[in-house]
Design a protein around this ligand. Structure first.
Ligand code: C5P
Length: 400
């Protein structure tokens, strides 16, 4: 079956190049074009209809379109990948802030397909702090941005902002299509723990940490997309579990331990991205602790170390991946943890690195293995880091 590409066009002069792109892609793929009102002012939809053999829907709710086939929701799900070219400053700003006021921007908000965004505009507009910040936001959310080229622009200025050559856009899109189709984790059961734990002190108070769960959820989503059967064991977070994963919600470290034990024997790869509380209050009071004169002393006991337990009990074929967040001596502490917990790989990140840590959509990580030099990675989105972590774990699984 032919792969499906949605080509979304916003209003810039570079649209003339996109006709060639659509012509090339139509020979190999199923192509649907959508255009903003301003894109139509630059080029007639008829050009694209002739090249693709498909109608270019005019607006979101018009009687001339077969609604079921080309509604924003249908298109958002239909596409294997989406190419936005040219992407104007206005469209980029709308996407960065979640605005959806026409067919194209609504489809971008509704889709979960990979997006290749190709900005093209005047240099000053591209370099404006607003556009720079918006592009960074989109990149951090996992949208692939194809950098524009430098040259003489249609407006007469010289600088960056040119839409890259059609061959470059096509090559990048095809790479993305390939990654998206990767089903290399089929047949594997992957268990991911994510988020914080909450340790109750009394019926209204608990001890927790700042973990958002983004890293673990992102790994679960990537593993599921690559064909794995995924168990996501999650402490309390504000994020929605990716469709298709089996979600086990837990509150405390002991709940998480029970959940991990319940799926451990079927698990091929265990990824422990959760920030598990090391201690819990010795006593959980049945009633709310009342304010009294003087200080309050709370005693804590150790929680079970789930990863260490898995390290002790793992079978030869099972792969264990731990996470370590440190505020000092990152490498030494991470190496010690890797060994102590009998992990096959450890993902270490320092809270001190810019772009890393709680709540961020990016991370700066170092990967460690028992018999290999550590690999320091650059700043990247948690989505890209998830793919990389899975690539490395699959390599280990293959030799086991
Ligand atoms: O807390 P620590 O730095 O030791 O965490 C390192 C790794 O161990 C993480 O992967 C974390 O999920 C796991 N861990 C665990 N059970 C605990 C504490 C940590 O599984 N009680």
């Amino acid at each position: 079956m032919k792969k499906k590409i949605l080509v979304a066009i916003s209003g810039g002069i570079a649209v003339y190049k996109v006709a060639q792109l659509v012509s090339n892609l139509s020979k190999k793929y199923e192509i649907q074009v959508i255009m903003t009102k301003h894109a139509r002012a630059f080029m007639s939809p008829l050009t694209f209809e002739a090249l693709t053999g498909r109608a270019v829907p005019k607006a979101m709710f018009t009687p001339d379109v077969h609604y079921d086939q080309i509604s924003h929701i249908h298109l958002a799900k239909w596409a294997d990948i989406i190419i936005i070219a040219p992407a104007t400053a206005n469209l980029i700003a709308k996407m960065a802030h979640g605005l959806a006021d026409d067919l194209l921007s609504t489809t971008m908000l509704a889709t979960r397909s990979p997006i290749l965004l190709c900005p093209a505009m005047n240099t000053n507009m591209l370099n404006h702090q607003a556009t720079v910040a918006n592009l960074e936001l989109l990149q951090n959310r996992g949208i692939h941005i194809l950098e524009s080229e430098r040259g003489l622009l249609a407006c007469g200025d010289f600088g960056s902002g040119k839409l890259p050559e059609v061959s470059i856009i096509q090559e990048t899109a095809e790479k993305l299509l390939e990654i998206n189709q990767k089903q290399d984790l089929t047949g594997l059961e992957i268990t991911v723990t994510a988020g914080p734990t909450q340790e109750a002190l009394d019926p209204v108070r608990f001890i927790t940490n700042h973990s958002s769960g983004i890293m673990g959820y992102s790994i679960a989503e990537a593993a599921q997309a690559r064909g794995a059967t995924v168990n996501l064991i999650s402490g309390p977070t504000n994020i929605t579990a990716p469709p298709g994963v089996s979600l086990i919600k837990v509150i405390s470290a002991r709940d998480m331990f029970d959940a991990v034990q319940s799926v451990f024997s079927e698990t091929d790869i265990l990824i422990k991205a959760a920030a598990v509380a090391d201690y819990r209050p010795t006593e959980t009071f049945r009633n709310k602790i009342k304010k009294q004169e003087g200080d309050l002393q709370v005693k804590f006991v150790r929680n079970p170390d789930i990863l260490a337990w898995a390290g002790e009990h793992k079978q030869a074929h099972q792969v264990l991946c731990g996470f370590a967040m440190e505020t000092e001596d990152l490498l030494d502490n991470a190496k010690a943890k890797l060994q102590k917990k009998n992990c096959d790989m450890l993902v270490a990140n320092s809270l001190r690195d810019e772009g890393a840590g709680f709540g961020a959509t990016t991370n700066v990580a170092t990967l460690l293995w028992p018999n290999q030099e550590p690999k320091a990675l650059t700043l990247m989105s948690k989505k890209d880091l998830s793919e990389l972590i899975l690539d490395e774990l699959l390599k280990i699984k293959k030799v086991k």
